[in-house]
Design a protein. Structure first.
Length: 336
């Protein structure tokens, strides 16, 4: 398969988070002949339950090309036209997964060794695969992580701070509100104060942002609600301590702020001659830490199409990415 055909084949394997196993098995089956032909090895690295990461390496993997297996819902099968390949995962991240595989095939044909491929589960939810891989380092000095950056080398990525905001009250008949205590009103008051927080900015990563993503609560229109909650996500551009303190202060007396995840903003590696950018999204790199080496971030496509019904990747960027990954692996190996 060429890179376009492989991209579509990967897209057409549904791998919504928690259901990556079919894609993982396809990768094992696809990469195993390459391992046999060029003296490598393919491993299933357990994550949790039936879920697993896929690691393929040829020699000691001093440089590792990595991205995630999972996608957000809903599943959208592949299609293509003259300019684009469409479907869930086209740019996030099955198109660039195909590019990493094709770059590896070409590197192996050229006699290059001591690199690997690592495809992890669960990035879209909690980076479970990356956290699991971080416990099993293999001596890699550099990790080239793949996310859609328009084939520009990202020099920094925002972090993520997620909270559940939980308010409790007392039920009563809505005709007698003085007998109850509205959890929804408490939640709204807390969210109003959270929205008023002055969030920091950074010269590279830009403005920290807030999203109120989910709200739920209440029992019926004629019942004073005894419970309500919301989930919020703050995209961090620096340390989290001041933002955490501001959130806790904003909800005080109205609700509880339960921290779900905190991923720090990250400065990333760069290489001379590559066009650079900063990105507002969060990746697996913080979960890896330094366990798989100095992190880089680059891949074809635009994050603006990810997680949308119109997800797509430009065909012209796929072969470009194959060349970029080959060059990066070669240059980083040369440094070692």
């Amino acid at each position: 398969m060429n890179v376009f055909e492989l991209t579509r084949r990967l897209i057409d394997i549904e791998s919504i988070t928690m259901n990556e196993m079919d894609l993982g098995q396809f990768l094992v089956d696809y990469l195993s002949p390459l391992a046999r032909r060029y003296g490598g090895r393919v491993e299933k690295m357990p994550v949790e339950g039936d879920r697993f990461n896929v690691l393929a390496h040829w020699g000691d993997p001093l440089v590792t090309l990595s991205t995630h297996q999972d996608t957000v819902p809903p599943f959208i099968p592949s299609s293509e036209d003259e300019e684009w390949i469409w479907g869930r995962g086209a740019c996030d991240v099955k198109g660039l997964m195909a590019c990493m595989i094709k770059a590896s095939e070409q590197l192996l044909e050229d006699g290059v060794r001591n690199f690997g491929l690592l495809f992890v589960a669960g990035e879209e939810r909690n980076s479970a695969g990356a956290f699991a891989a971080a416990k099993e380092p293999r001596g890699s000095k550099y990790l080239i992580n793949g996310e859609p950056t328009g084939n520009k080398l990202a020099v920094g990525s925002k972090g993520a701070l997620r909270y559940e905001i939980i308010a409790n009250g007392r039920m009563a008949h809505s005709a007698y509100p003085e007998l109850g205590e509205s959890a929804i009103e408490k939640l709204l008051n807390a969210l109003e104060k959270i929205r008023a927080i002055e969030l920091p900015s950074d010269p590279v990563l830009g403005q920290s942002t807030l999203n109120i993503g989910l709200i739920s609560g209440g029992r019926a229109p004629n019942v004073i609600p005894d419970h309500a909650q919301a989930e919020i996500m703050i995209r961090l551009v620096n340390g989290a301590a001041a933002t955490k303190a501001a959130v806790l202060g904003a909800v005080a007396g109205q609700a509880e702020a339960k921290e779900i995840i905190c991923i720090p903003a990250l400065r990333l590696g760069s290489l001379e001659g590559f066009e650079t950018t900063g990105v507002a999204f969060t990746t697996d790199n913080p979960a890896f830490g330094e366990s798989w080496g100095r992190p880089f971030l680059i891949g074809p496509g635009s994050i603006h199409f990810a997680h949308t019904p119109e997800e797509r990747v430009p065909k012209k960027e796929l072969p470009e990415a194959v060349t970029i990954y080959k060059e990066m692996v070669g240059r980083l190996l040369a440094q070692e």
